[in-house]
Design a protein around this ligand. Structure first.
Ligand code: ADP
Ligand code: MG
Length: 322
């Protein structure tokens, strides 16, 4: 039977790579990071709990990917470059095939983004995956939520709504073919953290947030923190290809309030449109302009012709959503 320490060394240890900013990784009382000169440290934690954030029995490798992806998404939304992360794990049993899968999914994404596992904690308990990520950003260039200004365009990356569509499919709330459910399911299980876009938007975007709880709620955070309002053209918000085949009421609902998208919503002045497109091209990521920041507080929604829309939408909230 594997001990706690052989488990850590077998599945969660990697050698610090030279020049990565990590002087000492897993294995001592603390990791040692060498702060890059003149950089601010960006830090964020996200926790995934079985039965709350993922279904019991979910694929371990996809969980390895997703648990790090949701954290990297926060660095992306700040314009920060990933450096390292810690992993606090509660495991109900010592299941080696689960550990091998989880660790493979985790390290594949970590390597893709040059983000090293530098420490953590391991305990027995209901399956819980808690990651804290560390990144660098030059002072003054972080993409904060409180920097949107009147007249800014509102942009989003990629497409929205298909993670929510997959959830509806799994719950049998809508009818999807196996192929469509598999495609939408990938958006739910394997989100792509928009790190290259976040980095490319430094010095161009004013404000940014990653969409984890739904566009309406997350854009609402930018509006509130920046003391502004906005109008969004709901029909301009791009839905993923499977969601595009659904009825417009479902499409509108899921793109605006679906959640679990992990795309970026950001604002930038209209004079920077060409720069935004160039940044998106450098990051190999589609971006779409969906509305504008205004000085009148509140969020106004319209259809493609500019007619006001009133949608019954609710963003995800762990303590108010059943
Ligand atoms: P301590 O008792 O000082 O908290 P631990 O015995 O919990 O140390 O952990 C030993 C070493 O293994 C530490 O360097 C810790 O950061 C690391 N570690 C523990 N669990 C994990 C994990 N799940 N992933 C990565 N590193 C871990
Ligand atoms: Mg410990």
């Amino acid at each position: 039977m594997l001990s706690e320490f052989s488990l850590i060394s077998r599945y969660f240890t990697c050698a610090p790579s030279a020049g990565s900013g990590v002087d000492l990784g897993v294995g001592d009382d603390c990791a040692l990071l060498a702060p890059a000169p003149g950089m601010q440290l960006a830090i964020s934690s996200d926790m995934l709990v079985e039965g709350r954030h993922f279904f019991p029995g979910a694929d371990a490798k996809l969980l390895g990917h997703k648990s790090l992806a949701v954290n990297l998404s926060d660095l992306a939304a700040m314009g920060a470059k990933p450096v390292g992360f810690t992993l606090a794990l509660a495991l109900p049993t010592l299941d080696e095939s689960w550990l091998a899968g989880y660790s493979a999914g985790l390290f594949a994404l970590a390597e893709e983004h040059g983000c090293q596992l530098i420490g953590g904690d391991t305990t027995k308990g209901p399956l819980t995956l808690c990651i804290t990520v560390f990144g660098h950003v030059p002072p003054g260039l972080a993409l904060r939520r409180d920097q949107a200004r009147e007249g800014d365009d509102i942009w989003i990356s990629g497409t929205l709504g298909e993670a929510r569509l997959a959830l509806a499919g799994y719950r049998k709330e809508c009818n999807l073919s196996d192929a469509d459910l598999a495609a939408a399911g990938l958006r739910m299980h394997a989100p792509t953290p928009r790190i290259p876009l976040g980095l490319a938007l430094r010095g161009i975007a004013h404000a940014a947030i990653d969409i984890s709880d739904g566009l309406v709620g997350d854009l609402g955070h930018i509006l509130q923190r920046s003391g502004v309002g906005a109008t969004v053209n709901v029909d301009a918000v791009p839905a993923g290809p499977v969601l595009r085949t659904q009825a417009s009421a479902i499409r509108r609902n899921y793109v605006m309030a679906g959640g679990d998208d992990y795309e970026l919503c950001f604002t930038a002045p209209p004079a920077a449109r060409a720069e935004v497109h160039a940044a998106a091209q450098r990051a190999a990521c589609e971006v779409t302009r969906i509305g504008a920041i205004e000085d009148v507080p509140g969020l106004r929604l319209t259809d493609h012709s500019g007619m006001p829309l009133s949608l019954q939408l609710q963003s995800f909230d762990h303590f108010s959503t059943p």
